[in-house]
Design a protein around this ligand. Sequence first.
Ligand code: SF4
Ligand code: SF4
Length: 388
Amino acid sequence: MKEDVEPLVHDGFAGEPAKRCLNYIQSQRELGKHVVGIYCGYAPMEVIRAAGLVPAVLCAFADKTIAAGETVLPANLCPLIKSSYGFIKTDTCPFYAVSEAVIAETTCDGKKKMFELIADIKPTHVMDLPQLPDQKEALENWTKMIKKLGGFLENTFDCKVAKKNVEQEIKNTNYKNQLLNRIFNFAALTPVPLTWQEIYDLTYLGQTATIQDMLPVLNAALAKLQKRVADGVYHGKPDSPRVLVTGCPVGGDATKVFKIIEEAGGVIVALDSCTGMKAYSGYIEEGTQDPFAAISRRYLELPCSCMTPNKRRLTELDKLIGKFYPDVVIDVVLHACHSYNVESQKVKAHVEGKHSLPFLKIETDYSQSDLEQIRTRVEALLETVPTK
Ligand code: SF4
Ligand code: SF4
């Protein structure tokens, strides 16, 4: 992409999604809104928004707070947890500082135990997430947990989580997802008219901003993309290897992998993680008798490796491969994330067996010490892609 091409989100924060979100949250606080911290793709956004609250993502991706995290947590723990906790320990997380309460889910063991450590600092509401999503009890229990969250928010913030507002937020989520997916669709083109950073900027903001505030941003982005296509503006080269990245959430210092993929000549066409397109897939059924159950059903379909079995990860991958037709698949696994690491075996077998695509697993953390090792492996992978 030429340097003079206007970024999709043109507000002075291009490539700095955390700053953009913080700016947004501060503007909402000035309007008198309360903020709750969230840690996971399972946080039921529709209930949070129906309560009139602003969600702030607390997952951290910075190497600089790992050492502080390790003064309490074991070194052999996922960097996302150590970094997030390190920010809290050093009282340097602006998102945590503005959050008046925290919503947490029992996903992986490391996060679960970290929640116990932070529960003394702020009201922390832990939701018991069922991990056998296909069992009928899972739907019943998760629906109860979602309703209970409504009660927690009502008591903590002296607000009302009205059923009709939850229903409206379901519609808002579906509409936001539809618009974001229209933007993602542009990554299916060859050559690709947008960058991974632009996709990431939008997906990051979409977690926090309401549909009303996202609407002008998304409509402007769609218009810019149409213009780019008409003007022949694209990213990479027309014959660059197309890369689908799957795995753990990636942001901040871990985006080193994305940068290396680009430097090695690849273009990232799909980001299959909670910091990418995954959060905007699916549909919540509208107009049901019980909107809490409809939300529950949708969230249980999220293909996180904490679920067992997690067959939906593979069916969702099939859809992404069918839509974005990557030449290679790269699975980014954070150190000590056992569930994504073990699951990588199945993903590799599926990608190589069913789709005959080259596959690479990269285990990494937030440090910069493995840059050259990752570069060598990515370059070797992309060299296997035949010239088009
Ligand atoms: S990868 Fe799983 S645990 Fe992590 S944010 Fe996504 S849904 Fe939550
Ligand atoms: S990346 Fe893995 S270990 Fe880390 S918080 Fe997410 S699920 Fe847990």
